[in-house]
Write a protein that binds this ligand. Structure first.
Ligand code: PMV
Length: 330
């Protein structure tokens, strides 16, 4: 049988996905927009062979068992069914950044897994098909299939056939940076999957999120088209705060913020007062990500590198979508 290796970049949402309308197919309540990040990536090698008695999963050098392994095996089952094969697989995957720290490792992970496993199974899927399949591993993964500035269109169909990611602009369209400030690199306690479901079920403001999201999306789309950092930054920052307001008012509350999170945000506000066009966003974790132009990114990087409460500063330009590579991990 065949072996294939794929590399996928992570992505950070400018307009967030928070809430599903279908738990099994991973269909979102709202559309979202992201930037694919060069530099935060996952490489995955998959081999199907009758010599494997069961699926074997190795993540960052460690044998995966339990829930993590089950999630991956379930995804591989979808690919096996589609390709009409029954062989078990060996899957080796390597992230170049901390796993499950709000740095969207599941996004790059499932995008790489989908491409590598589908190619290893002999399938030749197009971008839309890869995006739909990646979505079924982790919603945000459907956006990592595509490079540059990306929209996950929520779709209307019950079967999810119109819920996938499309490119709004290629990586070289706009020279901006997403600067990731690592505040905590440990695994988060509440996974986004469980958290967003609780929000949909219990948050009294969820209706308001849905009522205002299309406006946020329009602003960010317009801002990307016009390369307007203020328009995109302001809309993205507001949208991230709105998502965290939903989390705070979910029962029980979901609070990812740490004292260092607030410190970093205050520094971003201070930079803006000084004329630097920097805007923040946050995901399901305490880390803060800063959007700014490439010209101003050095200044921002230097400030945060000198702060002892920030563990790591990672500067990411817009990156490519998922692709196959020749070098295998085993
Ligand atoms: O698809 P998941 O389970 O990685 O959820 C992603 C949720 C957020 O990162 C908070 C928002 C987003 O759109 O990426």
């Amino acid at each position: 049988m065949m072996k294939s290796t794929a590399i996928a970049n992570s992505n950070i949402a400018l307009i967030k996905y928070w809430g599903k309308r279908d738990q099994n197919l991973f269909l979102p309540q709202n559309s979202s927009i992201s930037m694919t990040l060069d530099g935060l990536n996952t490489t995955t090698t998959v081999e199907f062979d009758s010599k494997y008695k069961e699926d074997e999963v190795v993540i960052n050098g460690k044998r995966a068992e339990g829930k993590v392994k089950d999630k991956i095996t379930r995804h591989i089952d979808i690919i096996r069914k589609k390709a009409g094969i029954t062989e078990r697989a060996k899957i080796v995957t390597q992230n170049n950044f901390p796993t499950a720290a709000g740095l969207a490792s599941s996004a790059s992970g499932f995008a790489a897994l989908t491409l590598a496993s589908s190619r290893a199974a002999g399938l030749d899927l197009n971008e839309k098909e890869l995006s739909i399949l990646s979505r079924m591993g982790s919603g945000s993964a459907c956006r990592s299939v595509v490079g540059g500035f990306v929209k996950w269109v929520k779709g209307r169909e019950k079967d999810g056939s119109d819920s996938y990611a499309i490119q709004l602009a290629p990586p070289d369209w706009w020279d901006i940076r997403m600067i990731v400030l690592v505040i905590e690199s440990g695994e988060k306690k509440i996974k986004s999957r469980a958290g967003m479901q609780k929000t949909v079920e219990t948050c009294p403001y969820y209706r308001c999120w849905l009522d205002t999201i299309e406006n946020d999306i329009e602003e960010v789309e317009k801002g990307i088209k016009e390369r307007d950092i203020e328009l995109v930054g302001q809309a993205a920052e507001r949208n991230a705060l709105k998502m965290h307001a939903l989390m705070f008012t979910t029962i029980p509350p979901i609070i990812y913020w740490k004292p260092e999170t607030i410190k970093a945000i205050e520094e971003v506000f201070k930079m803006r007062e000084e004329g630097i066009k920097a805007y923040f966003t946050m995901d399901a974790g305490p880390n803060v990500k800063i959007l700014c132009t490439s010209n101003e990114s050095e200044k921002v990087r230097k400030v945060f590198e000198s702060r002892e409460y920030i563990k790591q500063v990672i500067v990411c330009p817009p990156g490519e979508g998922v692709r196959e590579v020749n070098e295998h991990l085993f």
